[in-house]
Design a protein around this ligand. Structure first.
Ligand SMILES: [Mn+2]
Length: 207
């Protein structure tokens, strides 16, 4: 199974790398079985956000990847418009059963993930996963240490294979460019390197 995860797109935000995001998702979609949009897909609940979202859905229909999409909701502040599109598959998390183990995609705000200090985002995410294991949430499946947990929300890209904790980066400006325009691709048939963060530039080179 091939899965791609995009986090914190903030599609209607003025400085969103919107055309690059559209290029990235359109380029990877044909090779993917599932495309997870891991929360904060939108930035506001304005009419403009609704209109842009409608345009994105029409693009996904035209490019034949609409049936691959799954939306993970963050908050009503950012993802409130999604409620108007209740026909699309969406939930507060996505759980996937893969050959490399179970995988949970969730937006960090839902599970109390906040980085207090710059540079401690990965550690905060590891702690958040531990918190889910020791204090299971009613609305989430029971999380075990074996789960791969993919967080968005911090707008930081990180990858901790040992702890099975990952951060997705963002599609809006960040104080460090390495967090921007990241495509997370999971290929559970690739035993050596099943989870990769591919920067947009590299994606173009591989084509
Ligand atoms: Mn965000």
């Amino acid at each position: 199974m091939k899965i791609t995860v995009f986090g914190d797109v903030h599609y209607d935000y003025p400085n969103c790398y919107r055309s690059e995001f559209l290029q990235a998702i359109t380029l990877v979609a044909p090779k993917m079985d599932v495309i997870i949009l891991n929360g904060d897909f939108l930035d506001s609940t304005s009419d403009y956000a609704r209109k842009l979202f409608q345009g994105f859905i029409e693009h996904a229909e035209k490019e034949n990847f609409i049936t691959k999409l799954f939306f993970v909701r963050s908050s009503s502040i950012h993802d409130g418009v999604l409620d108007d599109f209740w026909g699309l598959p969406m939930n507060d998390y996505a759980e996937l059963d893969t050959k490399i183990g179970r995988m949970i995609c969730v937006h960090g705000n839902k599970v109390g993930l906040y980085a207090i200090k710059e540079g401690e985002e990965e550690l905060a995410a590891i702690r958040a996963k531990e918190g889910l294991i020791t204090k299971p949430r009613k609305w989430l499946p029971k999380i075990t240490p074996e789960h791969h947990v993919i967080f968005s929300h911090l707008h930081r890209r990180f990858y901790n294979e040992r702890q099975r904790v990952y951060g997705t980066g963002c599609w809006v400006p960040s104080n460090n460019h390495r967090n921007e325009k990241i495509i997370m691709v999971i290929d559970d048939s690739d035993i050596n390197d099943p989870i990769r963060n591919i920067p947009l530039k590299k994606l173009y080179r591989n084509e």
